[in-house]
Design a protein around this ligand. Structure first.
Ligand code: NDP
Length: 253
């Protein structure tokens, strides 16, 4: 697999003007930074996540910065089903007419333990949140994305989703599946729609999940979510038109 990067990308200030973009896991970590960054570049962001006070804090921050008013969508990806996503798609169509962007960012780490000890219920939860919810959300939102003149789906991968590593269990397997879902979808969309689909691997980034995975690490040695935003902006905005089915690293080696 060829891994692409765009280290020197410089977004224009109004890159995402008038675009409607849904971000999952918008209340914390990379999703929070992406929501702020998309709004700062002109997008109306639909903030999806399971912890309402966190989503409200992001809403307040975007409003305080003078960005377009976001919309809140409280959802637990572990519990939501087909009907919930259909309702969401209907609401987006009614309110906005079309959807330009979908950032699948929310993720569960699960256990860091050998497969021999991995708990079945944790496995199922990680696969539900990291893979099945992305499939269901994508399927429900595709029709409203096809109504946009330009639309981008961005999946979040990981280094352990490209090469397996001991003790990463369902998380690694879910990220392999994410790369697969993205490739299958991108090929299907290629000839018939203006919707593109790509994967992004954030690389080691200073968030709660990273701290849980590497408790001994000094977080100050890591890039912040804000620092990795250029690749997210490139893939969400019109400059990546024609790029689909690709895997990007947000932090070039
Ligand atoms: P965080 O733990 O900081 O954020 C994860 C987000 O996902 C949170 O907003 C969390 O919500 C949300 N989330 C988790 N479970 C659910 C659920 N069941 N329903 C709805 N929302 C949920 O992690 P990161 O920002 O680091 O991770 C973002 C993405 O980047 C993930 O897909 C992760 O796998 C990937 N990644 C991160 C790397 C890193 O170094 N940080 C490296 C490689 C990949 P809440 O805040 O309410 O818990």
């Amino acid at each position: 697999m060829d891994i692409l990067t765009c280290p020197d990308y410089q977004p224009t200030p109004a890159l995402l003007k008038d675009r409607i973009i849904l971000v999952t896991g918008a209340g914390d970590g990379i999703g929070r930074a992406a929501s702020h960054s998309f709004a700062a570049h002109g997008a109306t962001v639909i903030l999806a996540g399971r912890t309402l006070p966190k989503l409200e804090a992001v809403y307040d921050g975007i409003m305080a910065a003078g960005g377009p008013e976001p919309t809140l969508y409280p959802v637990d990806l572990d519990g939501a089903g087909e009907a919930d996503y259909q309702t969401l798609a209907g609401a987006i169509e009614e309110q906005f007419g079309a959807l330009n962007g979908l950032l699948h960012n929310a993720g569960e780490l699960g256990q860091r333990t050998p497969i021999a000890n991995y708990k079945a219920d944790t496995w199922e939860k990680v696969m539900k949140v990291n893979v099945t919810a992305q499939f269901l959300l994508t399927r429900a939102l595709l029709p409203v994305m096809e109504k946009a003149s330009d639309a981008s789906i961005l999946f979040t991968s990981s280094g352990v989703g490209r090469r397996g590593r001991a003790f990463w269990g369902a998380y690694a397997v879910s990220k392999f599946a994410t790369e697969g879902l993205c490739q299958v979808l991108a090929q299907e969309l290629e000839e018939t729609t203006r919707v593109r689909a790509n994967c992004i691997n954030p690389g080691a980034t200073r968030t709660r999940m990273r701290a849980a995975a590497y408790p001994g690490e000094d977080p100050r040695t890591l890039k912040t979510p804000e620092e990795i935003m250029p690749t997210y902006l490139f893939l969400m905005g019109p400059d990546s038109q024609g790029v689909s089915g690709k895997s990007f690293d947000a932090q070039p080696k």
